[in-house]
Design a protein around this ligand. Structure first.
Ligand code: MRU
Length: 348
C-alpha cells in the first residue's frame, strides 16, 4: 500500500470509507453496503477529492452489479443503470466521477446478461484504484523534478486536501510535496485552512503532521502576506476538472492564489491525473460549479457564527484560467504554460 492513510478500504466486496467529516478528531471507518450508500457518502463528503470519489463510484457500481444480479438475474443491467445515474448525481464538478462511471459502463456493455458480473466489475474497479495510486507516484516524481529546477530548498503553499485522503492513495499535489520533501527540495509547507469546509486545517495539516513534514497552517487570507515574504517558490494544487485549453477547476480560493502567485513572481503548478482532464469542454466557463448549503459558511459544525437568517453564497470550486498556470503535471507528462494545442499534443 502507498504511504499515508487509507481513505478507501475495499476487500472481498466490502467497502469502508474513512469518515473525513470527523477527522482529525476521530478515525472512524463507515461501511457502505449499497451503491446508494456510496452516493450518499459522496454527497455528505464522508469521502471527497476528485480521484477518491471516482474510485468510490467504481466500487459503488460493483455493489450495484452484485446486488442487481442476486435480485433480478438477467435484468441486472437495467438496475445497475439506475444505480449509475444515482452515483452520477452525487457531485457535479469533479470529472473523475463521470470518467470512472463511464469506464464501468463500457465494461458492462461487454458482459453477458446471464452471468454474475461481480468478478469482472470487481477487477475493473480495483484496476481504477491501483492505476490512480500509480499515477500519483509518477506525478510525484515529475512534479518534484520540475520543482528541482528552482534553487532549493524552499517552501511551497498548497490549498485544500490533495493527499492520500483525496485519491486512491499517495496524493496529487500532496504527492509532489511529499516527494519534494523526501528529496530535500522542499523544507516547509504552508497549508491554507480552506474555508469553509476546512480541508486544509482538518485533513492536509493532519496528513503532513503525521508524516513529520514541516507544515504551518494559515488563514486563506494570509496567502498574499506569505507570498510577499519570499520563501515560497511554488504554489502546488490539485484539480477537479481541467478543460481542453488548460483551464482548471479546483477548490474555491485556488483562482485567487494563482493571481497572487503571478503578482509575486511565484510559480503555479497543478497536479492531476489524466482522469481529471475533460477534453470535451473547450474552456473552464463550461464546467459546472457545485454550490453547497449556506450553513457550511454560516456555521462551523453545529456552531453558528453568522446572524440568524443571513443569506450565504457557497460556490465550492472556482476556475483558474490557463494563462495563470505555469505547469500542469499529469502521469502522462507535463504541460508547461498550457494551451489547447499543448494539452491536445499530450492528452488528446
Ligand atoms: O470539495 P472537495 O474536498 O472534494 O474538493 C477537493 C479539491 O478541490 C481537490 O483539490 C481536488 O479534488 C483534487 S484532490 C487530489
Amino acid at each position: 500500500m502507498s504511504p499515508g492513510v487509507e481513505a478507501i478500504r475495499w476487500q472481498d466486496g466490502r467497502l469502508e470509507l474513512l469518515d473525513q467529516r470527523v477527522l482529525p478528531g476521530q478515525e472512524l471507518y463507515i461501511p457502505c453496503h449499497t451503491s446508494s450508500e456510496v452516493a450518499d457518502a459522496i454527497i455528505q463528503m464522508v469521502v471527497r477529492g476528485a480521484p477518491a470519489i471516482g474510485v468510490c463510484a467504481a466500487y459503488g457500481v460493483v455493489l450495484a452489479g452484485s446486488a442487481a444480479y442476486t435480485l433480478h438475474q438477467d435484468k441486472w443491467k437495467e438496475h445497475v443503470a439506475t444505480a449509475i445515474a444515482e452515483l452520477a448525481n452525487s457531485r457535479p464538478t469533479a470529472v473523475n466521477l463521470f470518467w470512472a462511471l463511464d469506464r464501468m459502463e463500457k465494461l458492462i456493455v461487454t458482459l453477458p446478461d446471464s452471468e454474475n458480473p461481480f468478478e469482472a466489475l470487481n477487477s475493473e474497479s480495483k484496476k481504477i484504484h491501483l492505476e490512480d495510486i500509480a499515477a500519483n507516484k509518477k506525478m510525484g516524481k515529475l512534479g518534484a523534478e520540475l520543482m528541482a529546477e528552482s534553487a532549493s530548498p524552499f517552501a511551497v503553499l498548497t490549498h485544500c486536501n490533495t493527499g492520500s485522503l483525496a485519491t486512491g492513495g499517495f496524493g496529487t499535489a500532496l504527492g509532489v510535496i511529499r516527494q519534494g520533501w523526501n528529496e530535500g527540495i522542499i523544507n516547509h509547507v504552508y497549508a491554507d485552512e480552506t474555508r469553509p469546509w476546512l480541508q486544509g486545517a482538518r485533513l492536509t495539516a493532519w496528513e503532513l503532521e503525521r508524516e513529520g513534514i514541516p507544515v504551518s497552517l494559515n488563514a486563506d487570507s494570509a496567502a498574499a502576506h506569505i507570498m510577499k515574504q519570499g520563501d515560497v517558490k511554488w504554489v502546488v494544487v490539485g484539480a477537479d476538472r481541467i478543460t481542453a485549453n488548460g483551464d482548471v477547476a479546483n477548490k474555491i480560493g485556488t483562482y485567487s492564489l494563482a493571481v497572487l502567485a503571478r503578482f509575486h513572481g511565484i510559480k503555479f503548478m497543478v497536479v492531476a491525473p489524466s482522469s481529471t482532464v475533460d477534453l470535451s469542454l473547450t474552456s473552464g466557463d463550461l464546467i459546472p460549479i457545485e454550490e453547497r448549503a449556506g450553513e457550511e459558511v454560516t456555521c462551523i459544525k453545529e456552531y453558528q457564527l453568522a446572524p440568524d437568517n443571513v443569506g450565504a453564497f457557497n460556490p465550492v470550486f472556482d476556475v483558474t484560467p490557463a494563462d495563470l498556470i505555469d505547469a500542469i503535471v499529469t502521469e502522462q507528462g507535463v504541460v508547461l504554460k498550457p494551451t489547447t494545442e499543448k494539452m491536445n499534443a499530450l492528452l488528446g
